[in-house]
Design a protein around this ligand. Sequence first.
Ligand code: TPP
Ligand code: MG
Length: 764
Amino acid sequence: MSAELESIERRVLWLATSIVHHANKVRETRSGVKVGGHQASSASMVAIMTALWFEHLNAADRVSVKPHAAPVLHAINYLLGNLDPAYLTELRAYEGLQSYPSRIKDPDPVDFSTGSVGIGATATIWSAIATRYVADHFEAPRAGREIALIGDAELDEGAIWEALVDPMVPALGELMWVVDLNRQSLDRIVPDIAAGRIRSMFEAAGWQTITVKYGRFLRELFGRKGGEALRRRIDGMPNEEYQRLLRGSAEELRERLPGTGRGRRDLEKLVAELDDVELARAIRDLGGHDLVDLVEAFRACDADERPSVVFAYTIKARGLATEGHPANHSALLTVEEWEGLATDLGADAADPWAPFSAGSPEARLCQATAERLRRDPVEPAPPPAIPAEVGRDHRGKASTQQAFGRFFVDLGHKAPEAAASVVTVSPDVGTSTNLGGWINHAGIWNPRERLDWFADDTNTLVRWREDQQGRHIELGIAELNLVGLLGELGATWSRDGRPLLPIGTIYDPFVNRALEPWSFGIYAGGQSILVGTPSGVTLAPEGGAHQSISTPSVGIGQPGCVAWEPAFGQDLEWALLDALGRLGRPGGESAYFRLSTRPVDQSLAAAPEDAKARELRRRDALGGGYLLRAAIGGPPAVTLAAMGVSVPEACAAHDELSAGGIAADLVVLTSADLVFRALRARQGLGDADARVLDRIFPQERAAPLVSVLDGHPHALAFLAAVNDTPIAPLGVDDFGQSGDVEDLYRHFGIDAETIVGAAVDLLN
Ligand SMILES: Cc1ncc(C[n+]2csc(CCOP(=O)(O)OP(=O)(O)O)c2C)c(N)n1
Ligand SMILES: [Mg+2]
């Protein structure tokens, strides 16, 4: 390998270490809170990343970098002229370099946000699928390789294995994962010898596996007398013992390395041939620090059609004073150690950010690499125009879930161009969330064509023709995969220049299972619609753990996302169109819909016939709610505010109160989230539109409130602050059980009778 590449490798280690050093030991912090950063995790990746960037990557490739190697990525970007040196002192500072690689917030090129281990790695799988999908449906080139650089303990994460076993994955030959196998996690040494087991698991999932374990010096020793025994000894020792030897003195090494097994005498002789320096070098001579071996392994990945994983054996904190120490994860070099490192690496502690001198071989290699990796900025195509309505007449009894299913058929007629950008995804619940009609119409996308063996069976309702033209993507029962894929489908506008309108369906109780990776996908810049259905205790007979309770609050609390819970088909239609119109663009937003299978009489809230009144209703519904029934002849004595599937109960309670001579307003909420934002905006917090408050809770009509939803009551309790009125928040605050809707509504106190009672109590 060229001398200049090795020199760059040393400089990358120096810069990455110094970026963390400066943030912790040089920059002042006012609060006294720890800054942190990971010199050890970075050091173990320096050779892998140097080899990858300077010898292997192409401009079209995308790389997901393990969270704790962020300083290495910034160091490389700096050397390539893609990061202003002023940032090198700003790791973890306000508006500086983020703690972990961030696509959205970092100032330099970052392909994937990482930080939540497992999620950043699997994002490469979903990105590969998203970019193939775009290339199959639109005139867009496919991206290059999809590369993930991951920590070995990251493989403990279930998200990794959930993704790996998806049947589409073995077809994705553009995937290359490199595992930084440093045998250490945060707190401990990865127990025993995990590598063989993990290798077999990847192979069983259809991957090519490549192991880069021994460095050249060790390989040379293996050829000597006693070499076989040395190899057996190193291969056979558990990780803990290996790490102990790394930290041992030469004397300890001589004593312990031969071990007690077969070939011990030969091994003792071999050890005796080596001086102390050679012995120390031998034990830490791993392939993951060998630039030549790494590049060779990367090339072998390209030569195979399967996805590939390279297990690169490394040492955590390689080259630093903390090398191999079991507690080095967050350890920082002292000032003296850092100055010593400068000497070791030929850097200057007095001028840590000095660039390579102009015209030097290193500077030329950096420049050539920067040119090779230069990308044209992505010009996002404008997202398709979304109509305000699709023209359906919502009558009779229908659930929001049914209305959701029909919506796509209508969209196809009314706005075919928009429908062409819709891609739906489901984790084996497509038909049970009413996507069956759409799936038949749109077909299923798969990177490999698959025959529908039931195409000639007249008894099957859903056609499972799978090819590269379909527009529904079916996953196994894998909620993490669902949200991972949604995130990447929702980012194609910024990655490939082509906006998609991704919509995923999931049973609402499983939103919480998918919550963190879903949120991470939004953080990483994906914009999509997640539909949770059915929800609440309203799926009554299906019972127990399937009944979601906390999701209305989850929706309010999720940044970058508007949460909707409409009761009626018309409101849902308007809201879905509004949500579609926010996707696939700079400053766009995701949406979450909480739907139900309960049939609801649409005439309870029939949209006004008069065009102007209808438009007002639409605008209110899109603002978060509308005043469905106003108390007659003056301000109300009480206001009922109901969301989603609880609206019919509130209507019945309103009838009863009116019959009893109690004047009541009835407000239908379509989005507690938007109303909450409006309240904060009115208080000068946030820049949402506050108009809806004056429309649905005008001050002159202020009255005690009863709020009701099929979910935890605290989600609407904030309404008390709108006009500073008392509130009785009704909702579900315990695990559900089986039973009919009426039974459960009574049990949890979200039935009409309880609403009436709560209203009367408030008045007394
Ligand atoms: C989902 C998640 N759980 C826990 C953490 C905290 N954490 C950060 S790094 C780490 C250990 C990572 O070990 P490994 O992947 O082997 O990385 P390395 O040894 O290279 O630091 C843990 C548990 C996290 N970032 N994300
Ligand atoms: Mg590790």
